[in-house]
Design a protein around this ligand. Structure first.
Ligand code: IPM
Ligand code: MG
Length: 356
């Protein structure tokens, strides 16, 4: 029996995770799923976005299925109490340094992309984002004057960008090894022309690359990478980059696939334990309306079966079911267009279960 910590979080998080849980249950696998509050929901109940009990559950579990956290109503809270600290805390505490964000354009959604169909047809990029370092976790964070999380009267605020050699080495190994299983190309994205941290990044990635002579490595500045992603996205295979650039580029890449509602993710530590979440956020503007796309979370559950539970067959089964519902023309609002059938979050989940 494998244990899954289920952390739906805020906003649409509860709606989309419910559909992914439904799909997992339909597979009738030996899984024990335990839910806990996280993010704003946990703050409301316990006064902290990542309560001890939630962290303990996540640590003990074989894998974590995560929804999303955040709501504008918490913007005035002191930073350590904001919902986003829950996911950052989970990533750091569980050592989830390797974030896989595949951007795959399903053929049924070629026309849902904001780019011309021929630019995205057949697109299959894997963004590997370093997840526990960079400016996200650099110290200090600046001096807080007010207690409401803002800085009235303050003269400056700062965050420190830093990477250590072992941090870069381990994510580089992950990227080269992933590329070996694909088309054997890695693009490392940096800002070495301006930032010392990213000259170091570039140097270390190049050194690690020498151990993988079968993989072609190229380097690209992040501004150029942002442009190339919309100009000629299929030139990329595996993209490896730091925490901050990876955050931005993965949102950009998601639109190539038709909708950010389609993008799953896996965050792994060195023991293979993982947290699985859609790449999108809590979308408070559409929460509770039953219109969110649950497919990114359902596809994240498939990644969970593949990476943490060693069940490739069930992962493929879920992915095939998702393709089938797309073939059937079912679409949530974000990917709906003329000639397709618009369905709710719940109906989409039910359709995937049917297709299984
Ligand atoms: C993501 C999100 C998070 C991040 C936020 C919610 C902290 O944008 O997972 O991409 O910045 O990493
Ligand atoms: Mg993001």
């Amino acid at each position: 029996m494998k244990k899954i910590a289920v952390l739906p979080g805020d906003g649409i998080g509860t709606e989309i995770v419910a559909e992914a849980v439904k799909v997992l249950k339909a597979l009738d696998l030996p899984l024990e799923m335990e839910c806990a509050l996280v993010g704003g929901a946990a703050y409301e109940a316990f006064g902290h976005p990542l309560p001890e009990a939630t962290l303990k559950l996540a640590k003990q579990a074989d894998a974590v299925l995560f929804g999303a956290v955040g709501d504008w109503k918490y913007d005035k809270l002191d930073r350590p109490l904001r919902p986003e600290q829950a996911i950052l805390g989970l990533r750091k505490n569980l050592g989830l340094f390797a974030n896989f964000r595949p951007a795959i354009c399903y053929e049924q959604l070629v026309h849902a992309s904001s780019l011309k169909p021929d630019l995205v047809a057949g697109l299959d990029i894997l963004i590997i984002r370093e997840l526990t370092g960079d400016i996200y976790f650099g110290q200090p964070r600046g001096r807080r004057i007010a207690t409401d999380g803002h800085f009235p009267g303050a003269e400056e605020a700062f965050d420190t960008m830093r990477y250590s050699r072992p941090e870069i080495e381990r994510i580089a190994h992950v990227a080269f090894q992933a590329a070996q299983k694909r088309s054997k190309r890695v693009t490392s994205v940096d800002k070495a022309n301006v930032l010392e941290t990213f000259q170091f990044w570039k140097d270390v990635v190049s050194e690690v690359g020498l151990q993988y002579p079968d993989v072609a490595l190229d380097h690209m500045y992040v501004d150029n990478a942002a442009m190339q992603l919309v100009k000629e996205p299929k030139r990329f295979d595996v993209v490896v980059t730091g925490n901050m650039f990876g955050d931005i580029l993965s949102d950009e890449a998601s639109m190539l696939t038709g909708s950010i509602g389609m993008l799953p993710s896996a965050s792994l530590n060195s023991a293979g334990q993982g947290l699985y979440e859609p790449s999108h956020g809590s979308a408070p503007d559409i929460a509770g309306k039953g219109i969110a796309n649950p497919l990114a979370t359902i596809l994240s559950a498939a990644m969970m079966l593949r990476f943490s539970l060693n069940d490739e067959a069930s992962a493929l089964c879920i992915e095939a079911a998702v393709k089938k519902v797309l073939d059937q023309g079912l679409r949530t609002a974000d990917i709906h267009s003329a000639g397709t059938t618009r369905v709710s979050t719940l109906e989409m989940g039910n359709a995937v279960v049917q297709a299984l």
